[in-house]
Design a protein around this ligand. Structure first.
Ligand SMILES: Cc1cc2nc3c(=O)[nH]c(=O)nc-3n(C[C@H](O)[C@H](O)[C@H](O)COP(=O)(O)OP(=O)(O)OC[C@H]3O[C@@H](n4cnc5c(N)ncnc54)[C@H](O)[C@@H]3O)c2cc1C
Length: 443
């Protein structure tokens, strides 16, 4: 058996932080990632010579754990808070939707509904989520803000995030979203954070730090299965045949894939019960902006995506050789045609629908298009979700599970992944302590 070695499967933010925490205690760690680079869903390409996330990323002001990590890696000077803005696309224009004043001026809704939405939103922001895990977000929002607001605002928003599964979203998840968004508000408007030069920098810095601490970081290395014997892990077998012995294995990949790595008799049925959401981002490069807004919720039934995110309205175009960049985005369930549709066709459809819905956008202003799809963007949260979350300690000795499906009711952003990773590392270290005590008692 390896000398106190932990194998971490998955080099996304969660796996990297588990490895970092364990290596800092002096533990021997091997980090295995099947892609050529670390980062997982925080994957980038380049525009104008600067890395940009294939899937939009920003940080909310209350996300302290990711900020601490950024500072620990000496990236604080690159991290900036930017003025942000939210809008709603409806009736051929983008309506500002960032503040109470914006809401009161939101003409698509009658005045009484605007006031009801404001009061309802405050109630939702301050509610205790635990009571709402078995209640539909749709019904909760309808009761708090009324039918018209539900149909015109929240309904399209839920469809953007959950596709056809919008009816199963628990109110507790929605309440956490309200609290997260509220954390971005200040008297001078909303602010969001971004790492200038892209979050690729975070993973470059993590790679350097992990290697400095002696972590055996192996990219382009997939794990075929975990070796389990007499109820405890013995190590992992890599795709291609090599084996690595280990006392502990931390799985930090996507939860539904875990069962494939473990002998059938030892699997926890909860690993396979939680569904998944995929996501598509169509990124358009232009010479001029579409609007002045960073984040626009698309509440127009003729537009087949849910959010227009103008990245260069948050982080200036001077960072991308003057190019303007916008994401068109939507999430999907596994049975949605978007899971398999040809992405070039999807991009054409989406841009043409946007041009019809918003006169300030013209397809001819687009200089380049980049399409990205991931089949696993987030777990599919459903009513009563909390009861089905598998624990970090798997029940198999030495196997720990730290995946985004265990993050709830908060959204599975990088910040929550960092928190979960720290918790998982603590479990590994606690097992170490328990086994040292056992050995001492026997000795
Ligand atoms: C469209 C979109 C927008 C987002 N926006 C934001 C945002 O604004 N702010 C924010 O904070 N977060 C955002 N997120 C969420 C965030 O990116 C993810 O939740 C987070 O990166 C997940 O990290 P992870 O390490 O848990 O998982 P992942 O990033 O999925 O990493 C898991 C890794 O494990 C590897 N792996 C799996 N199985 C194996 C195996 N058998 N062998 C070897 N390697 C394996 C995979 O290759 C992968 O690299 C967004 C995500 C998406 C999709």
């Amino acid at each position: 058996m390896g000398e106190g070695r932990t194998v971490v499967i998955g080099g996304g933010i969660t796996g990297c932080v588990v490895a970092l925490r364990l290596a800092r205690t002096g533990r021997a760690v091997t980090l295995l990632e099947r892609s050529p680079t670390l980062g997982g869903l925080v994957v980038s390409f380049e525009i104008g010579g600067t890395p940009l996330e294939c899937f939009y990323h920003h940080v909310f002001p209350n996300e302290r754990d990711i900020l601490r990590l950024i500072n620990e890696l000496d990236l604080g000077p690159d991290f900036k808070w930017f003025r942000s803005s939210v809008g709603v696309l409806r009736d051929q224009q983008i309506w500002p939707f960032s503040s109470a004043t914006d809401l009161l001026r939101f003409k698509p809704l009658p005045f009484v509904d605007r006031v009801r939405t404001g009061i309802g939103s405050v109630r939702l922001t301050t509610s205790d989520w635990r009571w709402f895990d078995r209640m539909q977000a749709r019904e909760w929002l309808r009761v708090a803000t009324g039918d018209r607001v539900m149909d015109q605002i929240w309904g399209p928003l839920l469809r953007f995030k959950f596709g056809t599964a919008d009816a199963t979203v628990p109110a507790s998840w929605m309440a956490a979203r309200f609290r997260q968004r509220a954390s971005a508000w200040t008297l001078r408007g909303e602010r969001l954070g971004y790492l200038r030069g892209g979050f690729r920098k975070l993973f470059d810095a993590l790679t350097v730090e992990l290697e400095r601490l002696g972590v055996d970081v192996r990219t382009s290395t997939g794990v075929d299965h975990v070796d389990v014997d007499e109820g405890s892990v013995r190590g992992v077998a890599l795709v291609g045949g090599e084996s690595i012995e280990a006392d502990d294995v931390v799985y930090a990949g996507q939860l539904p894939q875990l069962a494939n790595l473990i002998p059938e008799a030892q699997r926890d049925p909860r690993w396979s019960k939680i569904g998944r959401l995929g996501a598509v981002c169509v990124i358009v490069e232009m010479d001029r902006p579409i609007s002045k807004t960073y984040w626009t919720n698309v509440c127009d039934a003729n537009v087949p995506f849910g959010a227009l995110i103008e990245h260069t309205n948050l982080v200036g175009p001077e960072n991308y050789s003057g190019k303007r960049i916008a994401y068109l985005s939507r999430y999907f369930t596994a049975d949605d045609p978007l899971a398999t549709d040809d992405l070039d066709e999807v991009a054409k459809r989406w841009m043409s629908a946007l041009a019809d819905a918003l006169p300030s956008f013209d397809v001819s202003q687009v200089n380049a298009v980049h399409n990205f799809r991931t089949p696993y963007a987030a777990p599919l949260v459903t009513l009563g979700y909390r009861q089905g979350i598998p624990p970090i300690e798997s029940g198999i000795g030495g196997l720990f599970v730290a995946t985004t499906a265990q993050i709830y009711p908060e959204d599975r952003g990088m910040n929550e992944c960092v928190k979960l990773a720290k918790e998982a590392a603590d479990h590994v270290l606690a097992r170490d302590t328990r086994s040292v005590r056992r050995k001492a008692a026997v000795g």
